[in-house]
Design a protein around this ligand. Structure first.
Ligand SMILES: [Zn+2]
Length: 425
């Protein structure tokens, strides 16, 4: 294995409160204190930020079972092209990742095909059916980093309580896609003025907030962490803020589309704006940005959810929920949160993608401490670029951000000391 010297960059390592210009050494695939002897391949990072490798804890790779949408090979190439060195994949594959055998299959396939680190989640319930708990002990032994039924939501509160208590025995965080089925029904977009105008069934904020409130009570009762995925409503942010102030171990995450777009984007019935939870109103956008700024929401992620073109090219009601996002999320967040809204600093943005997810899930990543894995992302925070979905490395192109221009981009991705992707100049 070659050694790598990343020269003259601005090293921002939030885990160590470090922000200084210097050289970073990677030896034998790990960060080293350097300067060391031996041969180093040199990478000039002058004018760039050198950050710990970015982590996205909410990604759908679609393997096994739905490889027409995405594969571990294509999905991890898209991740690398977004600056990500580690991704956490959701269990709603076919079959669902509810057994040690399926986790082993994904990990073996990732070892063969993936160009970034792939961490697995296991299902909370068998077949994501919300009824019978999956074998957490066997899943933990197989190497999962968290539990979730993402795509689905456990409706039975007793089952969820047992899940959180059982997860605590293995030190695993339970992550939840917060959706009350009785309130949401067949809703396909935010319930509000636009759903009325367009005549589409509404998905009310309360459908999310009810489950966020349930999770706060369960986390309090069980004294075990629950992480609320892809928060979309102002009320959910408020609930999480109050609960965290009371010391309850709950957390929340935000996706770029929920701060970049509103439900007005659906005026043309374009299914590339259909995701779950849905795009909401401007007041929700403001609340989510406020929640990121004040530390209520500590995780940023894509909810990368690829679907084939023929699946999305149907009537709005019938199209599947979800959009791709790995290649655009860092830029969208950097542009909106750091440049346009000045809600957080660049160092905090990097922390939200590195130290925070590593802490939440106990990953040995997200830092440039000597001895840590040599995962590094090079960032040009002022680079203006335009995303072209025709050049996406994902197998699917269901994005609402085609031809969007942003300021700030990851321009190089290094995994275990090996450059795996570099932006074209
Ligand atoms: Zn979800």
């Amino acid at each position: 294995m070659k050694n790598l010297l990343v020269k003259n960059g601005r090293i921002i390592d939030p885990a160590n409160s470090r922000d200084e210009t210097g050289d970073l050494f990677i030896e034998g695939g790990r960060i080293s204190a350097g300067p060391a002897k031996g041969d180093f391949e040199t990478l000039d990072a002058a004018g760039l930020v050198v950050a710990p490798g970015l982590i996205d804890i909410h990604v759908h790779l679609r393997e096994p079972g739905q490889s027409h949408k995405e594969t571990i090979a294509t999905g991890t190439r898209a991740a690398a092209a977004g600056g990500f060195t580690s991704i956490v994949v959701m269990p709603n594959t076919t079959p669902a990742a509810d057994s040690a055998a399926t986790i082993a299959w994904i990990r073996e396939r990732a070892a063969r095909d993936a160009c970034v680190n792939v961490f697995c989640t296991g299902a909370i319930t068998k077949g994501l059916n919300g009824e019978e708990l999956a074998p957490f002990g066997a899943l933990a032994a197989a190497g999962i980093v968290a539990l979730t039924d993402d795509g689905r939501c456990v409706q039975n509160h007793e089952v969820m309580r047992r899940a959180v208590e059982y997860a605590r025995m293995f030190g695993l965080t339970v992550m939840d896609h917060c959706q009350d089925y009785s309130l949401v029904g067949d809703g396909v977009m935010h319930e509000g003025e636009w759903s009325l105008r367009l005549g589409l069934p509404g998905w009310p904020r309360m459908g999310e907030e009810m489950i966020v409130a349930r999770n706060i009570m369960l986390a309090d009762l069980c004294r075990s962490p629950i992480h609320c995925q892809h928060i979309s409503s102002a009320g959910s942010v408020r609930l999480l803020r109050e609960a965290r102030a009371r010391g309850i171990p709950v957390s929340g995450e935000a996706c770029p589309h929920h701060i970049a777009l509103t439900d007005a984007s659906l005026h043309g019935f374009d299914t590339n704006f259909k995701m779950n939870p849905p795009l909401r109103a401007q007041e929700d956008v403001e609340a989510i940005i406020g929640g990121i700024a004040d530390g209520t929401l500590t995780i940023l992620c894509s909810d990368h959810a690829p679907h084939a073109a023929y699946e999305k090219e149907v009537e709005f009601d019938h199209a599947p929920f979800g959009i791709t996002g790995l290649e655009t999320e860092f830029s969208a967040f950097c542009d909106i949160l750091v440049h346009k809204r000045k809600a957080i600093s660049l160092a905090r943005l990097i922390a939200l993608f590195t130290a925070e997810p590593a802490k939440l899930l106990g990953l040995d990543r997200g830092t440039l401490s000597p001895g840590a894995p040599g995962d590094v992302t090079l960032i040009d925070p002022d680079l203006e670029w335009t995303f072209d979905k025709a050049r996406s490395l994902s197998l699917s192109h269901n994005t609402p951000f085609d031809k969007h221009t942003w300021k700030g981009r990851a321009v190089g991705t290094i995994v275990a000391g090996k450059p795996v992707w570099q932006a074209e100049k």
